[in-house]
Ligand binder design. Structure first.
Ligand code: AP5
Length: 217
């Protein structure tokens, strides 16, 4: 089992890059944000506990996150390759991820840090729209659908995430600075951090990541 991590502030483009890496490689995409939103929608015990934190733009407690990820990995097989999007988000989560992967004889090979300036993050998040049916991701200016409010792929309705309001985005960016940014140093010291310019066109961001993965074999 191999693992890579996409690390970056809200709006850096982790989900956008992950979706395209998934289609071009055999990495399985694990987005803890998507897993939590599904749990909230299904009213599971985890969803009920997580909902209030997510609405405020705060991190869901580490204990919940680790159980969620451990359960997901337990369904895999030894040859699986995983791409984590939005996890880990704290040093504690990173240590617990190492422990879980260690039990499976695996480790984090690369951490791609998607770096973009704050104004860009704000405009990306306020303009993001998602398809209610197939989950396709749009942006009202950068990646607009052909018809406003309608998904090009399936004709589904496009909606705005409830945590994409300016107030909640402000909290999420603060939380990233205070609780997640320390992971850059953590992974840099371990020699697995790769900084990627996430302000450029998404094709170029993807090219940088795929180039690194291919050169590693
Ligand atoms: P999560 O769902 O992980 O959200 P996030 O980290 O805030 O990241 P986003 O999904 O908002 O941004 P993204 O980087 O994926 O950007 P995207 O590709 O969509 O987490 C949500 C909440 O869940 C958290 O606040 C927390 O409460 C909880 N949670 C999740 N994981 C947790 C954990 N491990 N521990 C504790 N709590 C956790 O792009 C954004 C927009 O920009 C899109 O419209 C896209 O089309 C556009 N775009 C992207 N790239 C480009 C580009 N290169 N050029 C132009 N436009 C672009």
């Amino acid at each position: 089992m191999n693992a890579i991590v996409l690390l970056g502030a809200p709006g850096a483009g982790k989900g956008t890059a992950a979706e395209r890496i998934r289609t071009e490689t055999d990495y399985k995409h694990i987005s803890t944000g998507d897993m939590l939103r599904e749990a909230v929608k299904a009213h599971t015990p985890v969803g009920t506990q997580a909902e209030a934190y997510m609405k405020r733009g705060e991190l869901v407690p580490d204990s919940i996150m680790v159980c969620l990820v451990e359960e997901r990995l337990s369904r895999g097989v030894a040859s699986d390759k995983y791409m984590f999007d939005g996890f880990p988000r704290t040093i504690e989560q990173a240590k617990l991820l190492d422990a879980v992967l260690g039990k499976l004889n695996a480790k984090v090979d690369y951490v791609f840090y998607l770096d973009a300036p704050r104004e860009l993050l704000l405009s990306r998040l306020t303009g993001r729209r998602i398809c209610r049916s197939c989950g396709a991701n749009y942006h009202v200016v950068n990646i607009p659908p052909k018809k406003a409010g309608v998904c090009d792929a399936c004709g589904g309705e496009l909606y705005q995430r409830s945590d994409d309001t300016e107030a909640t985005i402000g909290t999420r960016l603060e939380v990233f600075k205070e609780q997640t940014k320390s992971l850059i140093e953590y992974y840099s010291q371990r020699g697995v951090l790769v900084r990627v310019d996430a302000a450029q066109h998404r094709d170029l961001t993807l090219k940088e990541i795929l180039g690194r993965l291919k050169s590693a074999g």
